[in-house]
Ligand binder design. Structure first.
Ligand code: G3H
Ligand code: 13P
Ligand code: ZN
Length: 314
């Protein structure tokens, strides 16, 4: 089927009470692992590309790889820009055929974030492209005042009233909120704990779909495989799966996953190369790595409840 927008997927997810997995992609193996998992579970998908991923794969390659995945799977897929940092980048990817963009103005002061987001919305909406914005800072619980850190949570997490004003003024289609998640493999120094009371308060007054960035669980089994075969990943900690489930129950419609896929791919490559040091055929180490990505994505799709939801978009 033709590519769809995040808005189409997420509005439906909000009605039906599930969340979409938004998976970061950089190369063919990741795209294949993710889309094969979704095909087997009949799940709609968001494939997201960061500025860095687009630079790595190349503007044309990334589009063609995703087009191939759609042709193979016939699934409802949104092509989304992750963490767009300028209006010009959003403009470029819309020309390329992305169906959704994120403009991340979270580094700007409130009014600056509104102005930048609104500029992107005014450009994207007439072109039928949906826009995700971000309010608050994803610096994670490790910086909370409660941890003796530098910054109080209330100063960086999303303020519900500001979120309401922000959405009204920008007309964005979805909003990424800061409630204690952060990017990467080292999200918490002590017990992982998201601010669910804040999420509930936001959900009550913000009527559009919500997004959770930094939502990898940093699954210990894949970290262990990496470490067993030569990596040195120590002290990593992600968002536990039950907390992801709870966030979806409260009302998050898009859950961003990159780190878990990186760990899975790396685990597969390390294991295959270590077990057969004579191997120098990329297919023999990238193939098993792709299988681990697929296994992880199947687990995510089930956790988010988007298995068997592809037919809702026919
Ligand atoms: O949120 C960031 C994503 O994990 C993308 O990371 O900019 O290294 O591609 P990247
Ligand atoms: P993770 O680093 O937790 O996978 O988060 C990815 C993300 O938020 C991409 O935008
Ligand atoms: Zn992110």
């Amino acid at each position: 089927m033709p590519f769809v927008t995040n808005k189409k997927l997420m509005d439906k997810a909000m009605e039906e009470g599930f969340a979409l997995g938004a998976f970061n992609v950089n190369n063919m193996e990741l795209i294949q692992g993710i889309t094969e998992a979704a095909k087997e579970l009949n799940a709609p998908l968001i494939l997201q590309i960061s500025r860095g991923a687009r630079k790595y794969a190349g503007r044309n390659y990334i589009m063609k790889l995703i087009e191939a995945a759609e042709k193979e799977t016939k699934l409802p897929i949104a092509i989304h820009l992750d963490h767009g940092d300028t209006f010009e980048l959003c403009q470029e990817v819309i020309e390329d055929g992305f169906t959704s963009v994120m403009i991340d103005g979270s580094h700007e002061p409130f009014e600056g974030n509104i102005a930048l987001t609104k500029k992107v919305v005014d450009y994207a909406h007439p072109k039928k492209v949906s826009v995700e914005a971000e309010l608050g800072k994803l610096i994670g619980e490790q910086f909370d005042s409660g941890e003796g850190g530098k910054v109080a949570a209330s100063a960086v997490y999303t303020d519900p009233n500001e979120a309401k004003t922000f959405v009204e003024k920008t007309k964005c289609d979805s909003l990424a909120v800061a409630i204690g998640t952060s990017h990467g493999a080292y999200k918490f120094k002590s017990e992982p704990k998201l601010d669910f009371e804040r999420l509930k308060a936001i959900r009550e007054i913000v009527k559009i779909p919500l997004v959770l960035h930094g939502s990898s669980s940093v699954l210990p089994e894949y970290v262990d495989i990496c470490n067993k075969y030569g990596a040195a990943i120590k002290g990593s900690k992600g968002v536990p799966e039950d907390q992801i489930k709870q966030a979806v129950k409260i009302g998050v419609q898009k859950v961003n996953i990159d780190t878990d896929l990186r760990l899975g791919l790396t685990a597969g490559i390390r294991k295959a190369l270590s077990e057969d040091p004579k191997n120098f055929d990329p297919r023999l180490y990238l193939g098993p790595a792709r299988d681990l990505v697929k296994e992880i994505v199947k687990r995510k799709i089930k956790l988010l409840g988007c298995d068997n939801k592809a037919d809702l978009f026919k």
